[in-house]
Design a protein around this ligand. Structure first.
Ligand SMILES: CC(C)(COP(=O)(O)OP(=O)(O)OC[C@H]1O[C@@H](n2cnc3c(N)ncnc32)[C@H](O)[C@@H]1OP(=O)(O)O)[C@@H](O)C(=O)NCCC(=O)NCCS
Length: 343
């Protein structure tokens, strides 16, 4: 057998941390009164069952790339990072309405970046935590020095306003994080996984190809529904409440700390009652502030964790440099949790 030279590979691992966070909330505030024009419900029921008081909807002409750009510019400015320094862009979204190209290269071009790696990931409400895990590993192993992570959704485009089970839940927005090289570990090990046998629990109602026969029918006689997202609320609720607290606990243990060392708990903003149940199951010490951004933002899927963390930092509820436990979970079903040092 001929001998060949060994491939070169990095032999030392580096540390990474979040250098800056950015948030974008669309202008239009949508009240429960507006939502219940289309479903048999009430402001009281929505507040009690989900904790949602208002949510934001993007303008019709406002895209996920527009929202991601606004959040990214803020994150870059706060991180003190020039766009030219970013060498990878990961966009977590399930509402970019193009099968291809991905939104990330378009965003990178908008931001004037020079030739970064750029791609989207589809991990629904766990997307941001999945992307943070990837950014951390890329930096640790040396395939990037500075990574822009964005969680962005325009869920109003994929919500059936007549669906009683989901119309009140979702909102639009974007959150971004700049992740870079650090002199100490700033992102703990990620605990993640999936449960594909429950893919039906939250799903797009029809596939894009289901629309084709109707589109090609000249008389448009075949009924067709817009492929909005639908969910089995109780199934998701039970899974989140019973299975996610142990995942969160494992992320804290993997980081080598205890819940008492946390300065913030930032769970995916799915439902206020899920957050309450997780806090209880985790036996989180009372001094740890808990993100409750859902009240004014709704469930923004991949955007919800960076939006909620940004709010806590802006309002002084959580300290810059403190440790936060973040956990995302949703359609797939998929989940991911890690402890991060807040910027
Ligand atoms: C959607 C959700 C709020 C519904 O709450 P729930 O308590 O499970 O509601 P149920 O479906 O069991 O229905 C309870 C009752 O409320 C009624 N109801 C359901 N939707 C309603 C609505 N929009 N308005 C008023 N009443 C409603 C039902 O008819 C039922 O009435 P009944 O007791 O007389 O039969 C809840 O299941 C949930 O939050 N699930 C997780 C959602 C989530 O996080 N999704 C994103 C994951 S990333």
């Amino acid at each position: 057998m001929s001998t060949r030279p060994a491939l070169s590979a990095p032999t030392t691992l580096r540390h990474a941390r979040i250098l800056g966070l950015g948030a974008y909330r669309p202008e239009r505030v949508v009240t429960n009164e507006e939502i219940i024009q289309f479903i048999d419900s009430s402001d009281e029921w929505i507040r009690q069952r989900s904790g949602i008081v208002t949510r934001r909807f993007a303008r019709e002409d406002e895209t996920v790339v527009d929202m991601a750009e606004a959040a990214s510019r803020q994150a870059l400015e706060r991180a003190g990072v020039e766009t030219g320094q970013v060498d990878a862009v990961i966009m977590a979204t399930v509402t970019h309405p193009f099968q291809t190209p991905a939104a990330a290269p378009v965003l990178a071009d908008r931001l004037g970046m020079t030739d970064p790696a750029a791609y989207d990931i589809s991990a629904a409400c766990a997307g941001y935590c999945y992307a943070i895990a990837q950014a951390n590993d890329m930096i640790r192993a040396g395939s990037a020095d500075t990574v822009l992570v964005v969680g962005v959704e325009k869920l109003s485009d994929f919500t059936d306003k007549h669906d009683r089970g989901s119309a009140f839940i979702f909102g639009d927005g974007a959150g971004a994080a700049v992740v870079g090289v650090a002199d100490r570990p700033g992102i703990g090990p990620t605990i993640w996984g999936s449960l594909g046998e429950r893919a039906d629990a939250i799903t797009q109602r029809e596939s894009w190809t289901d629309l084709r026969p109707a589109m090609e029918d000249p008389g448009r006689t075949k009924g067709v529904d817009w492929p909005a997202f639908t969910m089995q609320g109780q199934t998701v609720f039970r899974w989140a409440v019973f299975s996610m607290a142990p995942v969160a606990r494992r992320a804290v243990e993997a980081a080598g700390i205890t819940p008492a060392d946390l300065d913030a708990f930032v769970p995916h903003q799915a439902n206020m009652r899920i957050t309450d149940a997780m806090v209880k199951a985790l036996e989180l010490p009372e001094h740890v502030p808990v993100a409750r951004d859902i009240a004014e933002t709704g469930n923004t899927s991949a955007a919800s964790i960076p939006l909620a963390m940004s709010r806590m930092l802006e309002e002084g509820e959580a300290p810059h440099g403190g440790l936060a436990l973040q956990i995302g979970f949703g359609a797939g079903l998929v989940y991911a949790a890690q402890v991060v040092e807040m910027p």
